[in-house]
Design a protein around this ligand. Sequence first.
Ligand code: SF4
Length: 225
Amino acid sequence: MNFPAIAKQTYDLLKGQQAFSNISAFIILHLKKISSPTERAKFVHNVVDEFNREVFAHPLVKELSGCKAGCTGCCHTQVSITEDEAELLARIVNDGLKIDRAQLQKQMNAGNKSEDFYKLSYESRKCVFLGSNNLCLVYEDRPSVCRTNAVLGDSSQCSTENGYDEKKTLRLVKTSQSDMAIIGSFQVSNNSGTLALMLGKILLKSSVKKEIFQKKKSISNDFEL
Ligand code: SF4
């Protein structure tokens, strides 16, 4: 199980406090009642947005945070997602959104370990959903991790263009509640990992299914002839 590092730190710090552990428990309980993976992903995204809404809308945060549309710092880092989130993203791709499959493969080859991911060049680490205008192509359905963690100060401090420094600490604006919700969703997920690896696996599964379906169809057409 690959937990998002920042949310996991919050979880480890607050899991002993009932008010916070209840949030993870609430998420787990609700997700077990929803049968559709894409609906489960959307449910978690709504909860995370709700917890962050007030703080992100605060005029001081707007003034002091460097996070703005067009900044792509986070989009060259390793993003952890749940299997449900991967299903949601795969559905968008299967519905016709074009992504750079060669780029996805490179990132898949790096696996789940961050040290291998950060050996890739900066360009190769670019998320496959980052559009040519530097905007997220799946903004409404972006993963939980992409919905939280606004940085205080200049956004250039998030850049990993000159390599990733795991000791560098950023001052982040987020809510502990949203982190507890995110960890709840990862705890109940069948699987989780990097965006590339999880998405790639599901796309592969759906293309195999499509191929089998087409083969069966062509066999039954042969029999009809
Ligand atoms: S899903 Fe969107 S916001 Fe998240 S890393 Fe990719 S491009 Fe950036």
